[in-house]
Design a protein. Sequence first.
Lengths: 274, 270
Amino acid sequence: MITIQNLSFSYGSKGVLKNISMELKGGNIYGLLGENGVGKTTLLTLLCGLKKPATGTIDTDGRVPFDREPSLLAEQFYLPDEVAPMRNKANRFGIENGALWPKYDHSKFLTLLKEFEVDEQQRMDSMSAGQLKKTWIAFALACNARHYFLDEPTNGLDIPSKSQFRKAITKYTADDSCVVISTHQVRDLEEIIDPIIILDKEDVLLNASLQTISEKLFFDYGTEIHPEALYLERTPSGAIQVYPNTTGEESKVNLEALFNAVHAHKDVVKALFQ
Amino acid sequence: MKNEIFNGSRFWNYFKYDATQMGRNHLRAAIGIGLSGLILYVIAVGIGLLFQGQWDGPSIKSRILVFYVAGIALQLYQTRTYGYLTDKRKGSAWLMLPASTFEKWLSMILMTLIVIPILFLLVYFCTDALVAALDPTVGNSLLYSFGHGLRDVSSELVGINGEYETTWTVSFFVPGMIAGFCFNYLFFLLCGLLFKKHKILGAFAIIFVASSLFSIVASMLNFNTSVEVNDFAEAEVHLRSIINIVTWVAGLLAAGVAGGIFWRLKTLKH
């Protein structure tokens, strides 16, 4: 389990994260949402130990990520938005780098490359951005880590690859894995991410499971307009409205509508989920 | 539970990985610098044939000069060998490799001070010996000339220490040379890790600032470097003490820079 307590971070005088506390439990695929510049990537890099918190603590299974202890590094994988184009063929890259991860499975890596339709004999520095990203995703999953921090993993992927990614992330991560995915492409991932974390400037607006969200908010896809709606978006077939769930009726959570509703009524939503 | 600072098998795994990456990314450059003696030979013979119409290899002086220039080029190249660590994408990937900072640091030191220089010297001296063996106009190989030079220096020192002994000369100068070599190579390696861009320029900026500061401090302290000596025995004592001081200073600086590299790796953020 990852426990974040009173975490703050700033770039010089520009504060990014302020007094953030939350718990990330195994067996979940967290969706980390937020506007540009609110600190999603910063939070991921703090979680994996690439940055040191200014104040507050991060505890990953009893260890501090920034200590970069090999036993913790072997159990986690950080996939940045822009991955490195290594001067190596994909297959050799897997063999050489995989030797450092105790649970790395090369046959799994090759299987994933095949599923992603990436040529294992192609040099990584001659791959397209999408192929390169898929190679790194395949390698990450083949490392059999417990904690995954994926920053915009579907950026640069074509439509079939996004679907392959969704299948792979659910099929090839262990049941007790804790996966944190930062994304703007909510439609790409709304089938797999749960719970949802919405970051705002120096704050966490929401950290709740889809079940809890649907208990507290109602997503109305009908044509009747509700004036009390927190968010209203007209669509060709009618409208999507989000309003507090007063009847206890269940509805399908629409992540884009949720995000917009939360941003439009920050205090109302925070109070609703407290 | 495995040791988080050093584990033999984990270090060996990482060292193999590091060596493979080094080979893939920098082997050609190291061999290229090592072949500079051969390149000089080809150029000298070409110029001789073109302008004088005769086959003439390079002189021993120019060969020694090129050897030192190649050594300096390799020294400057150390800013590049691990310079990619300041790149966000490659540096992040490297920091997340499951090995301890100490293991990564140790591998880096071994590569910089042993593996790369040995590879360079092997390529340089082997090609030089081959050229010397095949072309009589070149004269002796550099290795032979260096050995001969060492004996000459030793015989010059007869008047000072009263006896001819090469091992004495070696023990006198070599520790300082090794300490100086370690300091130089590690200094440029550290600069490669400190500066994101213009790494060599940054290194020279540090050298300029440090030497300026040293000059100012030395002039303020008003060092008296003139020493009166009455006989050769006294001269030897002074020479030995000066070389000892230089050796210790270079050794301490090299250790300090090695510590600086460890600190940089430990605190590197992306």
